[in-house]
Design a protein around this ligand. Structure first.
Ligand code: SF4
Length: 684
């Protein structure tokens, strides 16, 4: 009998936005080991626990392997032919009856760039709608919008190498040691061995907070105020970079005037940070030759999130901290390909490469290439789609690789919307909570079962290679989308994702020089990529992303956080665990990880635990105006006072944080204000 050979295949991690790559050693369908190598451009020989042990889900017995069609309250297995024919006929019927904008398309930041590209093309060119969005709406859209306003490009300014090279790193509302572990090790190493200074500002004293030179804990939702007060203090001291401002930035005088109200006294009153603490931050920024600011959901999941992200970018501009190694803005992307999903056009206002759908010339370019006429106005985003269903405007939805029933805020409201849909297609690797609301469920293949590319938080495009054949009858998402499109008359004939990338590169200027040949094996490219293949690891060295090459300072105002009422007396923060990923569909099916961390928990401060007479292991019920959950308590000094912290990776509705969150959202991007939630707590 022939012995199965051991194969070694390069892949890119399917979890966070750091974008680690490594070899997967396999024998038949068995994963023998994950082997990082020094050739990996981001991580070298490092990985975290998820990258190393979080792959069992690929062979889980719970994988979807056949299409399913709803019959009443149950689902029955179907052939691909039956499922695809039903989808095509129902989508056509609904479009003909209610118009192209009666259907919404939710894309996946866990799937490849090529899959996102074909999905937005399907929505726009085949179905005639810009109602297409991805889960960046739930996390980093405000950061992207804040950077687009000020520096003209929404991505990270440089690479993780730049973060490690900075003299000062400031981390605001982010927990990289758990959410971006390999990036955090670069910061820890630079801090410990190379004298890098570290400021952490967060509600919770997580690992980087404990290591920081300065750790500050402002009142929830007040980041814009202290950032602006620090900027004003720098200006008052004459510490701004006047040469940089004169030569490279517009709107300086108006912005400086707008800072008048952000005095140290005002900031102290509103944020709870002392004037001395604010002066210390300002002084450290002034004394550092190079400053990077990292931020994440602690900033972006608020009603004023775009403005706070803008304030952070303003601070960097005022101090000349853009365009040099070791400087810049780093909103940390959560999912492995949330950057790529946006870059390749699954957004209601943007074609691939952030080319505006409202721009006639751009639209004409795509119309010529795709041979169709395209809708001129931006479509609905995720949030507007849910509201559109409730209003009766949206009748159908096609969603792939996104557990919207657990990760969108105010989950009960989302579930009610799903129940109102006339037709709902869900494409995923598991029968998710979202799939339970569907009419047709299609079995998709995870990254180890297909070829493709991802973009990490640094804008770095990397290839991953097929390790296994798709399990059962499951198929790569791009193939499924192409089949649906062709049943609706598209006439596509992509035979490999490289052809999809070639098409995207021929259309989107920032990907002009991207090709599978240039990305072969361990090679990678950081966009923008010129036609000759030259990439751009560090942005803004010569010009910013606006036509005149200059940045813009934008005045911003504070939006007070949402508070539901005095009976909800505890503030509930939430975030990721190191070991689990997002809604847990993959990591809770990975045995090594589940054995180590079998369930979620609620962090309660020692003082609150004493007051309520509870200790670690107690069970409590949390209640908000929108729902309730029951969870296990962990008493820890990571949180203090009336601040609670609930891990957000629960795969169960009974303990999922979004049973509690509201539909309040950032006023500009509609990103949910997940971090603005007060609850009451009952001991069980
Ligand atoms: Fe994967 Fe992120 Fe861990 Fe790297 S740091 S192995 S990308 S989860």
């Amino acid at each position: 009998m022939r012995q199965a050979r051991i194969e070694r295949t390069k892949t890119v991690c399917t979890y966070c936005g750091v974008g680690c790559s490594f070899e997967v050693w396999t024998k038949d369908r068995q994963i023998l080991r994950i082997q990082p190598t020094s050739q990996a451009p981001v991580n070298g020989i490092s990985t975290c626990i998820k990258g190393k042990f979080g792959w069992d889900f690929v062979n889980s017995e719970e994988r979807l392997t056949k299409p399913l069609i709803r019959q009443g309250d149950r689902f029955v297995e179907a052939t691909w032919e039956e499922a695809l024919t039903l989808i095509a006929s129902r989508l056509k019927e609904i479009k003909d009856m209610h118009g192209p904008n009666s259907i919404g398309y939710i894309s996946s930041s866990k799937c490849s760039n090529e899959e996102n590209y074909v999905f937005q093309k399907f929505a726009r060119a085949v179905m005639g709608s810009n109602n297409v969005d991805n889960c960046s709406r739930y996390c980093q859209s405000p950061a992207t919008a804040g950077l687009m306003r000020t520096v003209g490009i929404g991505g990270d300014s440089g690479t993780i190498r730049d973060i490690a090279a900075a003299e000062l790193v400031m981390v605001v509302g982010a927990n990289p040691a758990e959410s971006h572990p390999v990036l955090a090790t670069r910061v820890k190493r630079a801090h410990k061995l190379h004298g890098q200074k570290l400021i952490v500002v967060d509600l919770r004293k997580h690992e980087l907070g404990r290591r920081a030179d300065v750790f500050l804990r402002p009142k929830p939702g007040t980041d814009l105020i202290w950032v602006s007060a620090v900027t004003k203090y720098i200006l008052d001291q004459g510490w701004e970079d006047r040469e940089f401002l004169n030569g490279r930035v517009n709107g300086v005088r108006e912005y400086e005037a707008s800072l008048d109200k952000y005095t140290l006294a005002y900031a102290e009153e509103k944020t709870g940070l002392s004037q001395n603490e604010l002066i210390r931050i300002a002084t450290m920024i002034h004394e550092a030759q190079s400053v990077c600011i990292l931020w994440a959901m602690g900033v972006t999941q608020h009603m004023g999130a775009t403005d706070t992200s803008t304030a952070i970018s303003n601070l960097l501009l005022m101090t000349g901290n853009y365009g040099r190694p070791g400087t810049g803005a780093y909103p940390l992307r959560g999912h492995n390909n949330v950057q790529g999903a946006c870059d390749f056009g699954t957004m209601p206002a943007w074609f691939p490469g952030y080319e505006a759908v409202q721009d006639e010339k751009i639209r004409a370019k795509y119309e010529k290439a795709w041979g169709v006429s395209l809708p001129p106005d931006p479509g609905y985003n995720n949030h507007q789609m849910i509201e559109g269903i409730h209003k009766g405007e949206l009748k159908a939805m096609y969603l792939f690789g996104e557990e919207m029933a657990l990760v969108d805020s105010n989950a009960n409201h989302v579930h009610e919307a799903f129940n109102k849909l006339d037709f709902f297609v869900v494409q995923d690797i598991f029968f998710t909570k979202t799939a339970q609301f569907a009419d047709v469920v299609l079995p998709a293949a995870p990254s180890l079962e297909k070829d493709g590319t991802f973009v990490n938080t640094e804008r770095r495009i990397q290839r991953f290679y097929k390790v296994f054949e798709p399990l059962g009858d499951s198929r790569p998402d791009w193939m499924i989308i192409q089949d649906v499109a062709n049943r609706l008359g598209a006439g596509w004939n992509y035979t490999h994702p490289s052809e999809i990338m070639a098409e995207a590169a021929s259309l989107a200027v920032v990907f002009a020089g991207v090709s599978y040949e240039r990305l072969d094996n361990w090679n990678s490219l950081v966009w923008p990529v010129l036609e000759n293949g030259q990439d751009t690891p560090l942005l803004f060295t010569e010009k910013f992303g606006f036509p005149d090459g200059k940045a813009k300072l934008i005045p911003v105002d504070w939006t007070p956080p949402f508070e539901p009422g005095p009976e909800y007396d505890l503030h509930l923060n939430n975030g990721r665990l190191l070991e689990h990923f997002h809604e847990g569909n993959m990591t809770y099916r990975s045995k090594g990880i589940t054995k180590k961390v079998p369930s979620e928990w609620l962090e309660v401060s020692p003082e609150l635990a004493r007051e309520r007479g509870i200790s670690s292991g107690a069970r409590v019920r949390l209640m908000s105006p929108y729902g309730q959950v029951e969870v296990r308590v962990e008493v820890t000094d990571r949180v203090w006072g009336n601040e609670l912290y609930l891990t957000m990776n629960s795969p169960d509705v009974d303990s999922a944080v979004n049973m509690l969150t509201s539909s309040y959202h950032d006023r500009i991007t509609h990103t949910p204000a997940y971090k603005e939630m007060n609850v009451k707590m009952e001991v069980l």
